[in-house]
Design a protein around this ligand. Structure first.
Ligand code: HEC
Ligand code: HEC
Length: 464
């Protein structure tokens, strides 16, 4: 990450002054982080290797379960059982050697020499666009609940989960997992066999952000409550009761490498023709209506890292309020916030914000659906709030035929209010914006634009 030892003394003093002055304003992002962060490349390389060859949790599922899990939903054996499982759970083929396993799963161990299948970060952070897997794109096809119910029994039975891992396909309840797992720990990461109930909320409906945005951010997570330099924060996922504090201490440097790798990921470029004149007009519309929150792009990019109060942006408030207070308190007192990076930092405390971060929009064409809860399927819908679909479904495939080039995002079909399948796997394919955590209101900044302005703005957004 930053190697401050290599900075000449004069610069260091200047930097120190800036940081010191800034640290007196609690809400301001760290000025040293306002621009694009340059990753340490040797570390980033190690990070990529760790991310794509290691699992950071013990095995979750029996070895071979991918080959037999089809028995739960069909009578006749599919020609390609692993391919069928990939489609069922919404996983992509791995764009790196992965033993024939989908991206997000890998060979792991239950301990005592018993092998199995583990999850890794890419189950949520490895998506696919235009039929191609992309490491670092949020997985908008994932049915994580089906994965956790069906793979453990390897096709013989379904498991009951202690909370829902996802309720609307393509979104997940990662937050509930963090809260649930911290319940087994004391502040020093000691493991308790009885869980203190920190009251996980499993209706947050979280849309996974693209990793390529992180390099621009000073704060992370939908609410900007994490420091984007924080290594320990991204280790929460590894809180298996089999990992004691020593494991966390030992792997901290690996996760620093992973974070450095995340800073190197670049957004995919829009591959279809763009009308350059129209995009130029759209850039003007963007500068007038959007740039103050989302920044500027092109040769001299600037990103303001703004957290917009919920009363102002008015998108669904459930994610903002959904992290239980008891969790916040325990997390803040725990090992996770006693981080020391370099000589200037005194730990990356979580912040308490009352709004959502206006994210950078690089590669925005590829990361549909939109908003922190994935409630809006295309940019066209986002920019004209009265057209947003209320109850809809889609194919959960990502080939070109499923991509809406006009509206920029996923093609969706409306679903009537009475059509709810009894099979929960099918029901999760319906996104109902009337459900808790799934509201699609707010962010009406495109509403007052003329159709012509909106059209040009969409063309411009394709170029980011
Ligand atoms: C169960 C799904 C899931 C898994 C597994 C997962 N994440 Fe995430 N991750 C999320 C979600 C959802 C968010 C957004 C949370 C929010 O903002 O509320 C997120 C956010 C992040 C962010 C912040 C991004 C930003 O720009 O705000 C980072 C960094 C990150 N995850 C890294 C990791 C790493 C590294 C791993 C593996 C060790 C991992 N995640 C595993 C679901 C997951
Ligand atoms: C007052 C600040 C503000 C303005 C002005 C604004 N936005 Fe946003 N925008 C936000 C915030 C905050 C979010 C995140 C809201 C959420 O996820 O609930 C957001 C989210 C988005 C998203 C979704 C990002 C994602 O990955 O899901 C897009 C796209 C977007 N804005 C585009 C625009 C465009 C285009 C304009 C100009 C017409 C604009 N915004 C104007 C604050 C703003």
């Amino acid at each position: 990450m930053h190697d401050f030892r290599k900075i000449p003394l004069g610069c260091a003093i200047l930097l120190w002054t800036l940081l010191y002055v800034d640290s007196t304003r609690a809400d301001a992002p760290d000025p040293a982080l306002g621009s694009v962060r340059i990753a340490d490349t040797a570390s980033a390389k190690r990070g990529f290797t760790a991310l794509t060859t290691r699992s950071f949790t013990p095995a979750n599922f029996p070895a071979g379960s991918l080959q037999t899990v089809w028995k739960l939903w069909t009578k006749s054996k599919p020609g390609d059982p692993v391919g069928a499982a990939r489609e069922r759970f919404g996983l992509s083929e791995a764009p790196y050697p992965n033993n024939g396993m989908p991206m997000g799963l890998r060979s792991g161990s239950f301990g005592f020499g018993i092998s199995g299948i583990s999850l890794d970060c890419m189950v949520c952070h490895g998506g696919s666009i235009l039929g191609k897997p992309f490491l670092g794109l949020g997985n908008a096809n994932l049915d994580l609940q089906a994965l956790f119910e069906e793979l453990p029994g390897a096709g013989t039975r379904r498991l009951r989960t202690p909370y829902q891992f996802s309720r609307a396909r393509g979104t997940n309840e990662a937050g509930a997992t963090a809260v649930f797992l911290l319940g087994f720990r004391d502040a020093d990461l000691g493991v308790h066999l009885t869980r203190s109930d920190l009251k996980p909320v499993d209706t947050l409906c979280e849309d996974v952000p693209a990793w390529w945005l992180l390099k621009k951010k000073a704060t992370m997570y939908a609410t900007g409550e994490g420091d984007a330099r924080s290594v320990r924060s991204i280790m929460q996922f590894s809180m298996s009761p089999l990992h004691g504090k020593a494991w966390f201490e030992k792997e901290e440097s690996t996760f620093r490498d992973i974070l450095n790798y995340l800073y190197t990921i670049e957004a995919p470029k829009y591959p279809f023709p763009v009308n350059p004149d129209l995009a130029k007009q759209g850039e003007k519309v963007f500068r007038q209506n959007c740039a103050k929150c989302h920044g500027t792009y092109g040769n001299t990019p600037a990103y303001p890292n703004k957290i917009i109060p919920q009363e102002e942006v008015q998108t669904d408030s459930h994610r903002l309020k959904g992290f239980p207070e008891a969790f916040g308190k325990k997390y803040t007192e725990s090992w996770f916030t006693r981080e020391r990076e370099g000589w200037f930092a005194d730990g990356y405390q979580g912040r308490v914000n009352h709004g959502y971060q206006a994210p950078p929009l690089d590669g925005i064409w590829a990361s549909a659906p939109y908003l922190h809860n994935g409630s809006v399927p295309t940019l066209g819908h986002l920019l004209d709030s009265k057209t947003r679909p209320i109850r809809f479904t889609r194919s959960f495939r990502t080939e070109e035929s499923e991509y809406d080039k006009e509206r920029v995002g996923w093609k969706v079909r409306p679903v009537g209010p009475l059509a709810t399948p009894t099979d929960p796997h099918e029901a999760r394919k319906i996104y109902d914006t009337g459900e808790i955590g799934r509201g699609n209101g707010g962010h009406t900044y495109g509403d007052s634009l003329s159709d012509a302005e909106r059209l040009s703005l969409l063309e411009y957004l394709k170029t980011l």
